[in-house]
Design a protein around this ligand. Structure first.
Ligand SMILES: Cc1cc2nc3c(=O)[nH]c(=O)nc-3n(C[C@H](O)[C@H](O)[C@H](O)COP(=O)(O)OP(=O)(O)OC[C@H]3O[C@@H](n4cnc5c(N)ncnc54)[C@H](O)[C@@H]3O)c2cc1C
Length: 448
């Protein structure tokens, strides 16, 4: 099936923003992840409504996993025994203008938090492509947006509260707990049940989003730094065909209310004259406003609007982080695979992210460029392709996204995370008998 036919078929189920996940659940009533590519290994799900209920449940179970908004594509969230959901624990606990922080219960999504923060005059530093995801789930997997000077979303975490395997409440903060805190923030769901998250906030700001079409690959090659630093957040979408980047999304921050007048041309690319979806064949109705229309930060930083299906829906995703200094070489390495990649691809996205010091972060001590793939939902084909891409990127020591599909070996993972052994030790401190461990964690993390 070619891309156009595939998208036409998808668009029938995607017409309604809520229909796709419901359909996935309805077919056989199985509990699945958001994309429907995974059936979880149990349907036992306990919805906790208070800290006390979380503590009691954790004490009683010998094995469990917390389920966030189910947006991971791999089995990092899976459980064969019990799921715990904190979906209804979604209140703002405190907004503190003095410390410039907001504390939320961990069932909250960015989509719930952001309009509230904005209405009180505050903002977060960055967001992922979609606001639909839970804050705790996103930070646990080092979810990111884009921007040369922007750390991933977990870099905004300044304190955490979680329930450990004995049912005790643990509180850690950036100010008081140094390395232990830095080990716990990107916790991969291995340390316990996060019940509260405190995030740094800053005064609210306005943004303008412009999209350009058809950036020649040679311009990208020669001017990558200038292109990436042309706006607060930059995303490049490509299908790797015709030696060009299909769309460049520039998200400008309006300083002191000043508007940014975008030129008609950007490194040979032409300014779009209508809103676009990253997959040009799909309707832009699901996407945040473009054409330079000023709007609040939380309606411009994500690509997709709350209340609508993000991305394509019936899809798979993979993403690799390579050191920023090798950006162009890594992009060209993937471009050489275009004829193998394209038949299975919906779209690729290239973003940059600042380095951080969170042990299990994909950007730990590495300013990074990410090469992302939104695939057609054909795992047999994609699973054959991933090792080919990973081999091509191997010279750059790629780190795969924790929530997306990869075939990188546990040994390779261990060699690219300097603090992994310390993370294992930290996890054992809070969960000595592996209550929060599943097959994904046992294979990829605890094999030492
Ligand atoms: C359409 C789409 C677009 C995406 N865009 C981006 C993007 O722009 N950038 C990016 O980096 N990623 C992106 N992702 C990936 C996504 O951000 C991550 O998969 C993220 O982890 C999703 O959060 P979740 O709550 O849905 O996680 P889940 O899949 O529900 O859980 C993820 C992990 O977090 C753990 N967890 C969740 N809540 C808790 C808690 N309270 N306590 C302890 N552990 C917990 C789970 O046990 C699991 O290990 C995208 C995914 C989709 C489907």
């Amino acid at each position: 099936m070619n891309k156009r036919e595939f998208l036409k078929l998808c668009s029938i189920t995607l017409a309604s923003p809520v229909l796709a996940p419901l359909l996935a659940r309805a077919s056989g009533d199985k509990l699945t992840n958001w994309a429907g590519n995974l059936e979880y290994s149990t349907e036992q799900l306990y919805p906790a409504a208070s800290l006390e209920q979380v503590r009691e449940f954790v004490r009683k179970q010998s094995k469990l996993k917390v389920l966030g908004t189910r947006h991971c594509f791999n089995k990092i969230a899976d459980s064969t025994d019990q799921f715990l959901s904190l979906k209804t624990m979604d209140n703002v606990v405190a907004l503190d203008p003095t410390s410039r922080t907001v504390t939320v219960e961990s069932g909250m999504t960015y989509g719930q938090l952001c309009p509230h923060l904005d209405s009180k005059g505050w903002a977060l530093h960055n967001l992922a492509s979609l606001p639909h995801i839970s804050i705790a789930g996103a930070c646990s997997t080092a979810t990111h947006g884009s921007g040369e000077t922007n750390g991933n979303l977990s870099t905004a975490v300044s304190a955490l509260e979680f329930v450990n395997a004995s049912g005790d409440v643990v509180k850690l903060s950036r100010q008081q707990d140094g390395e232990t805190f830095r080990g716990a923030v990107v916790g991969l769901g291995a340390l316990g049940v996060i019940t509260k998250v405190t995030l740094d906030v800053q005064p609210r700001f306005m943004m303008q989003q412009y999209v350009y079409e058809d950036l020649p690959l040679r311009e990208l090659k020669n001017h990558f730094d200038a292109i990436e630093s042309a706006a607060y957040s930059v995303s490049l979408f490509t299908d790797w065909q015709k030696e060009r980047v299909n769309e460049v999304w520039l998200k400008h921050r309006m300083e002191q209310g000043r508007t940014f007048d975008a030129p008609a041309e950007f490194f040979g690319a032409k300014r779009a004259t209508k809103n676009l979806h990253p997959i040009a064949e799909l309707s832009a109705e699901n996407c945040t406003e473009q054409l330079g229309v000023p709007g609040p930060w939380y309606e411009r930083l994500p690509h997709f609007r709350m209340g609508f299906t993000p991305s394509a829906g019936k899809e798979l995703q993979s993403e690799y982080f390579v050191p920023r200094e090798h950006a162009v070489e890594a992009i060209l390495a993937v471009e050489r695979l275009r004829d193998q990649v394209s038949p299975h691809l919906l779209i690729s996205e290239i973003r940059t992210i600042a380095a951080d010091d969170l042990w299990m972060s994909t950007c730990y001590k590495r300013p990074s460029v990410t090469i992302h793939f939104t695939w057609k939902q054909d795992w047999p084909a994609v699973s054959k392709l991933l090792p080919v891409i990973e081999k091509e990127l191997a010279p750059f020591s790629p780190r795969p996204h924790w929530g997306k599909l990869f075939t990188v070996s546990p040994a390779q993972l261990h060699s690219s995370y300097k603090m992994l052994a310390d993370f294992v030790e930290l996890s054992r401190k809070y969960d000595p008998h592996g209550k929060f461990r599943n097959d994904f964690l046992s294979r990829n993390i605890f094999r030492i």
